[in-house]
Ligand binder design. Structure first.
Ligand SMILES: O=C(O)CCC(=O)C(=O)O
Ligand SMILES: [Fe+2]
Length: 325
């Protein structure tokens, strides 16, 4: 039977591009199903040449999952609380990375809401204002990364769990997942552009107590295993010493951030990007504060709860052992 599909797609090394969607027309059931299948298959979809209003953005996002309100009230979009605002009014603080890279909006590799037990399902981002240079969003496929692991390493992490806490801040240098080695506040001469005071504080951490997540996650829909780590948030692995944990984390992060499993998206007008947060890591490369950038993003609710609070660990928990290859 002929299917009524309203788009064409092209597959990239990581992710796929979708063209032809017109959000002024209702999407057919076949289009809906084919988009969802393509998303599960590739982890990230770029909708090219797809102008959208906030309502159309929310409607397209609903093809992939039900929207939920993001846990940070301070970043909700005032006109539409199911969207968060990145940049724009939430311009943030500029930092000086590696001694000479002045950047706003830079975020290390992470999985959204990886610091709560119910990690969100996915997110759809659209950029309303794009800087003249920079401002890319990177996506890393942790399923492809898992498939690259040597068998011995797969066995070592099979039943391992990671202790995760909200440490996503600018001062993550020398943490796996940070793509810089030094970071500091710029002097007023180094950054003569408007910015906001730095808001990340211990208070944020206290709102989100430490959680535990499995290191290997079988995707709830495809069943495919991935390295389910958000490098920036990992404190250590349960049952391993801090040193062993740091070593293992950088080893696994090396696979997760190998260029062969990364797609770096350079934003153009009228695009929306949707990613499967159960599988993909992402990072914001940031931009020179002489430019501005504004994006709006949905957050999708996941019904499967992959983690638990650290405090509620069972008393009979048996620590994992690190078996040498
Ligand atoms: O600003 C970006 O490019 C991405 C920011 C981010 O981490 C997100 O939207 O979840
Ligand atoms: Fe994010």
């Amino acid at each position: 039977m002929q299917r009524n599909i309203q788009f064409t797609s092209s597959v990239m090394a990581v992710g796929a591009t979708v063209r032809g969607i017109d959000l002024n027309q209702p999407l057919t059931t076949d289009t809906h199903d084919a988009l969802y299948d393509l998303w599960l298959q590739h982890g990230v979809l770029v909708f090219a040449d797809t102008p959208a209003t906030n309502d159309q953005h929310l409607a397209l996002s609903a093809v992939f999952g039900e929207s939920e309100q993001h846990p940070f009230p301070e970043i909700l979009c005032p006109e539409e609380p199911l969207l968060i605002e990145l940049g724009g009014r939430n311009r943030g603080t500029a930092f000086l990375y590696n001694g000479n890279e002045l950047r706003l909006g830079r975020l290390p590799w992470h999985r959204d809401t990886g610091y709560v037990p119910e990690v969100c399902k996915g997110a759809m981002l659209r950029m309303l204002s794009i800087p003249d240079e920079g401002g890319e969003t990177g996506y890393a496929d942790t399923e492809k990364a898992y498939n690259h692991l040597p068998e011995g390493l797969k066995r070592r992490i099979e039943n391992l769990e990671a202790k995760v806490s909200l440490r996503l801040g600018p001062f993550t240098q020398q943490r796996p997942g940070a793509f810089w080695t030094t970071v500091r506040y710029p002097t007023p001469e180094e950054c003569p552009y408007p910015q906001q005071p730095h808001a990340h504080s211990n208070a944020v951490h206290e709102r989100y107590p430490t959680v535990v997540h499995p290191v290997v996650m079988r995707h709830p829909e495809t069943g495919n295993p991935n390295i389910y780590l958000s490098p920036t948030y990992v404190d250590e692995f349960l049952g391993l010493s801090h040193r062993e944990s740091e070593y293992l984390l950088s080893e696994l992060t090396g696979y997760m951030l190998d260029p062969s499993v990364i797609y770096i998206h350079q934003w153009k007008p009228n695009q929306l990007v949707v990613w499967d947060n159960r599988r993909m890591l992402h990072a914001a490369y940031g931009y020179d504060p002489k430019y501005s950038r504004r994006g709006l993003r949905t957050t999708m609710k996941e019904s499967l709860c992959s983690g638990r609070y650290y405090e509620s660990l069972a008393a009979d928990f048996k620590p994992a052992t690190l078996i040498a290859d």
